[in-house]
Write a new protein. Structure first.
Length: 280
């Protein structure tokens, strides 16, 4: 079994173009690398040292098994992260800041940690599958886009790329702007009694055509580290590309089957990211 050191991880990050001053969010699987000397803290320290004091490192601290009761049990400072051991170690390190959202919180350390994690539900709600604030204009997911962040997958696939939901939310927002009657349907998305809609990307392992497209375009870089493969892409490239696919080719890249909704997605003639406050 491979033995991985902190320097090995930093060397891999260097190969992927992660440098001092970068703002990074990473998704991780500790066991994927083999044996990591020092465990989770070694991985975290490698990222922090790689970006330096002017950089920022963040991780998703979402709920997994407890997702169905997230709104009932949520406490920002105590509810554990359920998306990997590294993320929970990161969350509990003194000085880590965490955004306040039951389903899609993010924890951060570094120069922009406060800016990323404050006001998760401050402004700019967007309708969608996880409630109006998960991917709002003030959410850390939007801010990582605004701050030209980079996504790194540590031994995991892009199937864990939380930013795909930002693209879905923006697409839904654009549909509502064009067709206001869609709002009621989007708001009722989580009610199984309703005929509901959300432009969910095809992101299952059996048909991960989005990941294949990123590779074919040369947008997704990869490098080995121990037994694992690290992958990276710019947040803007990731979200902008997915948003364009949702709106221009919904029958190919989304799970939407309703003809009316397909047409409504195609009716959107602007594939750019929405901003806040919106121009009047």
């Amino acid at each position: 079994m491979a033995v991985v050191t902190k320097q090995d991880i930093k060397n891999t990050l260097t190969q992927l173009g992660i440098k001092e001053g970068d703002t990074v969010v990473f998704h991780s699987s500790l066991k994927s690398m083999g044996t990591v000397e020092g465990g989770a803290r070694t991985v975290i320290d490698a990222f922090l040292e790689q970006v330096g004091p002017e950089g920022t490192v963040s991780v998703p601290t979402l709920l997994g098994e407890s997702y169905s009761i997230a709104f009932d049990i949520w406490e920002r400072d105590t509810t554990p992260s359920e998306v990997g051991y590294i993320t929970e170690v990161f969350r509990t390190m003194p000085g880590t800041l965490r955004s306040d959202n039951p389903t899609h919180s993010l924890a951060a350390r570094g120069k922009l940690a406060h800016a990323l994690t404050c006001e998760h539900d401050g402004y700019g709600p967007r309708p969608g599958a996880f409630g109006p604030w998960a991917f709002s204009h003030s959410s850390p997911w939007q801010k990582l886009y605004d701050y030209d962040g980079k996504i790194v997958w540590v031994g995991t696939s892009t199937l864990t790329g939380t930013h795909r939901h930002l693209a879905e939310y923006v697409a839904a927002e654009k549909v509502v702007e064009k067709h206001p009657e869609a709002l009621a349907v989007l708001t009722a998305y989580n009610d199984p009694r309703q005929h509901t809609f959300f432009p969910s990307l095809k992101w299952r392992l059996k048909d991960s055509i989005c990941e294949c497209l990123f590779r074919d375009r040369g947008q997704l870089l990869s490098a080995p580290c121990g037994s694992a493969t690290f992958q990276t892409i710019d947040v803007r490239t990731f979200v902008d590309t997915l948003l364009e696919l949702i709106l221009n080719e919904p029958t190919v890249y989304t799970d939407v089957t309703d003809p009316e909704w397909i047409q409504w997605l195609l009716d959107v003639d602007d594939c750019s990211m929405t901003v806040w406050p919106k121009e009047q």
